[in-house]
Design a protein. Structure first.
Length: 109
């Protein structure tokens, strides 16, 4: 795999995984969220945990790509703060769809 293919693949995986918690009611897109035996909407705190967990998974994939393509570079806290901020920006379209767009369209109906 070339470096440019790895970078684009990582960007696509990050974009999909950042928005997935907001687009589905399943926990980690696998298990239905139930309370009292009935399926209910996931709370925001669970969606946030899913976003943070998927950030760690995407980071691990990025490090695997970096290691397979050459030397792995050590990173400071600044790198992780910036990449987490960028990951949250990638999750913004899903957040808008879940909490802002759908609510506004329901009020106009």
């Amino acid at each position: 795999m070339t470096q440019s293919v790895a970078v684009w693949l990582l960007i696509v995986v990050a974009l999909v995984s950042a928005n997935l918690p907001f687009l589905t009611e399943r926990v980690f897109a696998l298990l239905p969220y139930r309370r009292g035996g009935a399926a209910v909407a996931k709370p925001f705190w669970l969606r946030l945990i899913e976003v943070l967990a998927s950030y760690l998974v995407v980071g691990a994939i990025g490090f695997a790509f970096e290691t397979s393509l050459g030397n792995r570079f050590s990173q400071g806290w600044q790198f992780y703060a910036i990449t987490l901020s960028l990951y949250l920006v990638m999750a913004y379209p899903g957040f808008v769809y879940r909490y802002l767009y759908r609510r506004a369209s329901r009020k106009s109906d």
